[in-house]
Ligand binder design. Structure first.
Ligand SMILES: *Cc1c(COP(=O)(O)O)cnc(C)c1O
Length: 366
């Protein structure tokens, strides 16, 4: 029998000809980075696509998140969730702040707003929730807590590009939202990221923050960094933005296929699809309940690997459990449980539906 070999993800690439056409003008004008014409065009198109007024581009999503934390002048403690990629917690720590970990909801895996208030102290300055796998945070509840206590809200929307909720862009929430355009995301610019923000006054700070704090040729006004997006990244983003609706459409088909096969199976939990949300089909995660499924998550991952099917324990471990000196572990029982049971299955733009069938067959094979 032919051994299958299905990766857990595969970056999407536009036709080479299309990228080639896009970068042609870069050869004509020799403008490679520092807010060139492609950068400007990409900004304009993203604003339109995301239905927002204010956006800043970065060389990656992580630095966009650090920029948000610093431009919004957060201090002290930031309430966040440990069920995320290392970046979220690192951005808080690297900015000299203390992450305070809030537990998650058992079905959406996003921050549980009913557990936020108990974590607020006089040192709390902000809430930093994550739209995990593109599941939308309970933003109304989060917003009302933030209003009540005068806290800022920054969303880690790295998984959520293109999502709309009852027709409203997900980018239009809180004080700011960070999007990651990393190669592994639904929409990418090789590496890259964007910050969408509410207050237009932040424009100058963000511009100088990503360019060494430079204000003009003779003035440097802050300790900052280099986090600029290049023209080549912007060109890749422009191509992928053009192809995005097809990308999402083919991922949607794969996810529907997965749901058909696995949606009703005892011991496998899937996040429910919430009516009114237009998803981007970024990830397909299953939560394995060993007592009902008959195998643990780790056993399932092992079984699939032995059949040439790659999976990812995403997110495991929790970021509160990373071995970072000074990081205080906190008890978040639901996040701990989900993290020990979750497995993301292969999903990428050009995955063949027959391969989805093969994965499901392998999952269910005893
Ligand atoms: C990918 C990701 C990031 C970081 O984005 P980069 O563009 O890789 O720097 C942050 N948070 C989450 C949840 C992510 O998945």
């Amino acid at each position: 029998m032919k051994q299958t070999n299905i990766p857990v993800m595969r970056p999407h690439l536009p036709p080479l000809e299309e990228y080639y056409r896009e970068i042609q003008s870069v050869w004509d004008n020799h403008w490679l980075t520092n807010s060139g014409p492609k950068h400007t065009e990409f900004e304009t198109q993203l604003k339109r696509y995301l239905s927002v007024d204010n956006i800043a581009l970065f060389t990656n999503g992580h630095l966009a998140l650090e920029a948000a934390i610093q431009a919004l002048e957060l201090t002290g403690e930031v309430i966040t969730s440990p069920y995320t990629f290392a970046s979220t917690t690192q951005a808080i720590l690297h900015s000299g702040l203390t992450p305070v970990f809030c537990d998650i909801s058992p079905d959406s895996y996003t921050m549980d707003p009913s557990k936020i208030e108990a974590l607020i102290t006089p040192r709390t300055s902000a809430i930093l929730p994550i739209h995990v796998y593109g599941n939308v945070c309970d933003y109304e509840a989060i917003d009302s807590i933030a209003q009540k206590y005068g806290l800022k809200v920054i969303y880690d929307a790295a998984h959520a590009f293109g999502i709309r909720v009852n027709g409203k862009s997900i980018a239009d929430l809180g004080d700011a939202s960070m999007f990651s355009f990393h190669a592994t995301k639904v929409f990418h610019s090789i590496e890259g990221g964007a910050l969408v923000y509410r207050r237009p006054e932040l424009e100058d700070i963000l511009r100088s923050w990503k360019n060494f704090g430079i204000v003009d040729v003779e003035r440097v006004e802050r300790v900052a960094t280099n986090a600029k997006m290049t023209e080549f990244q912007a060109c890749m983003g422009l191509c992928n933005l053009r192809n995005l609706s097809q990308t999402m459409e083919s991922r949607k088909k794969a996810v529907q296929r997965y749901r058909n096969h696995l949606g009703q199976h005892p011991g496998l939990l899937l996040s429910p699809e919430v009516p009114g949300v237009t998803y981007n089909y970024a990830y397909f995660a299953v939560q394995v309940i060993p007592e009902e499924f008959g195998e643990s998550r780790d056993e399932l991952a092992q079984k699939l690997e032995s059949k040439g099917i790659q999976t990812r324990k995403y997110f495991y471990p929790l970021t509160s459990q990373l071995s970072i000196p000074g990081l205080k572990a906190q008890h978040t029982p639901i996040a701990e449980k989900v993290s020990s049971q979750i497995l993301t299955l292969p999903l990428y733009t050009d995955i063949a539906l027959e391969d989805v069938d093969k994965v499901c067959e392998a999952v269910l094979e005893k």
